[in-house]
Design a protein around this ligand. Structure first.
Ligand code: GLN
Length: 490
């Protein structure tokens, strides 16, 4: 088999459009690789064999001289909480085991409209709650760099699929780091845009006011290519926005300036987010040095994120999840439960017993924190903390000089399965660097930068609102000096 599955999306698209790469061969090789490795890695929960027919169509279009779109038959993995007409969208929950989406999410619609081919739906923590895929109802995904370690989550399957060359790029969702965290653990690029840049229509809601669809790929340019294809205003999602800074009625180009470098830019180093004596912390310091070598200035910034950001994140997301997941009562959405008696409370609690431990924990918390008598102490307080965090971040970017904030994506290296599963608060703390961007709507990206003990380390860059194109340019620069290259040996 000569097909090189490790190329970037940019290389692939050029190759297919010029006829040098056969889309059919690449897609068949991708499906073969899934067949060979995925029984072990479990990146996918379903695979679409029709992808080969779609690929043949792309090759035929190239031969006929027709436009094959910006994504030119590139094979994608899509997180299983994003709807695709006629396919199962289980959110990796027994509750939705047989649920078939009646429509396409806008991001899926735009992806296929630009020529992308979905090869399968990817594994995740149940309803996107978690950060290891250990809460995935059908079993976890394994980290391809070391299969004893977690791949990160909740979009763990989407990250494993890109890292293990089981697709060229993927979509996930990022409520509190679920795209960036697994990207960091699996050694790929993971990007969460400014809130409202990507439509959430067809993304199964966990915490609407906080989450975004995110993009995972092997290069920053690839992320920009996908962003150009799928971002922008959507009539089906009122929270999507135009490029408000320029007032233009089009979305910005995310790749035009991607090679522009960082000469003269200022990078803020979030000095309280890491400990330089650790492997992760020293990698962040070296990333700061690499920025200076590339012509940027690095200045220390102080953001007081913890524990207030993690605490307010978990209160707000639980409250939104409690309301969003109320529909899984086996009356509106559910599964084929034997009908034995109809006493309301007994029925609902029996139906909900299908939900796993983490989702149950969040729903109980989500009923409590906004409830009468407690809201002031929890939910309303968390809203205030969110505003205060936004004001802090605004303060950091206030003089217009700072281009982004640099921190680790996750404070630790990928850890072993079972290591933190029994301590929910310890797991919550792993989100300490990522939730800031979600709570404040800012764009943020994880770039693979270093390796330690054979495991990847990602650094995180967070930008100001709507600075997405600039953030990708900065990320592209640091990725060029990354110490980690290549794919894991399977
Ligand atoms: N770990 C976070 C949580 O469990 C992040 C989840 C996410 O981004 N979907 O809520």
């Amino acid at each position: 088999m000569s097909t090189d599955l490790g190329i970037t999306l940019a290389e692939y698209v050029r190759g297919v459009a010029s006829g040098e790469i056969s889309c059919e061969e690449y897609v068949v090789a991708t499906l073969d690789r899934i067949e060979k490795h995925d029984a072990k890695l479990h990146a996918y929960v379903s695979v679409d064999a029709d992808a080969v027919e779609a690929a043949k169509g792309v090759d035929a279009a190239v031969r006929a001289g027709r436009d094959v779109g910006a994504l030119a038959g590139a094979p994608f993995g899509i997180k299983d909480n994003i709807c695709m007409a006629g396919t199962r969208t289980t959110c990796c929950s027994w509750m939705l085991e047989d649920y078939v989406s009646p429509y396409d999410a806008t991001v899926v619609d735009r992806l296929s409209g630009s020529g992308g081919i979905v090869v399968g739906k990817t594994n995740m923590d149940e309803f996107a709650m978690g950060l290891t895929t250990e809460f995935a109802a059908f079993g976890p995904s394994l980290n391809p760099w070391n299969t004893e370690c977690v791949p990160g989550g909740s979009s763990g399957g989407s990250a494993v699929a890109v890292s293990a060359l089981e697709c060229i790029a993927s979509l996930g969702s990022d409520t509190g780091g679920s795209v960036r965290n697994p990207a960091s653990f699996c050694g790929i690029v993971g990007y969460k845009p400014t809130y409202g840049r990507l439509s959430r229509y067809g993304l199964v809601s966990y915490a609407n006011s906080i989450e975004q669809v995110g993009i995972m790929a092997r290069s920053v340019e690839d992320v920009g290519i996908v962003m150009n294809a799928i971002s922008g205003e959507d009539k089906m999602d009122d929270t999507t926005r135009r490029d408000v800074r320029s007032g233009a009625d089009h979305t910005p180009d995310h790749i035009a300036d991607i090679d522009g470098g960082v000469e003269g830019m200022a990078v803020g180093l979030d000095v309280d987010s890491f400990d330089e004596s650790t492997d992760v912390g020293s990698a962040v310091r070296r990333a700061a040095d690499a920025f200076e070598a590339a012509g940027a200035t690095v200045t220390d910034v102080h953001i007081d994120h913890g524990p207030s950001s993690v605490a307010s994140y978990y209160v707000l997301t639980a409250a939104e999840a409690g309301s969003n997941l109320a529909r899984y009562d086996n009356l509106r959405y559910g599964y084929d439960m034997p009908q034995e008696g109809y006493e309301y409370n007994a029925y609902i609690s029996r139906a909900r017993s299908r939900l796993g431990p983490e989702v149950t924990r969040r729903m109980i918390l989500g009923g409590f924190v906004p409830s009468a008598g407690h809201a002031g102490k929890y939910y309303l307080k968390a809203l205030k903390m969110r505003d205060a965090l936004s004001a802090q971040v605004d303060g950091v970017f206030a003089d217009g000089n700072l281009a982004c904030i640099l921190s680790p994506t996750v404070p630790v290296l990928p850890f072993k399965f079972g290591e933190k599963i029994d301590d929910p608060v310890e797991l919550f703390r792993m989100d300490s660097n990522t939730v800031l961007a979600n709570l404040t709507g800012r764009p943020s990206i994880s770039v693979p930068f270093a390796m330690s003990s054979g495991l990847p380390i990602g650094v995180q860059l967070t930008g100001s609102l709507d600075s997405d194109a600039q953030l990708l340019r900065i990320a592209n620069t640091i990725h060029a000096s990354s110490e980690s290259k290549g794919a894991p040996q399977l």
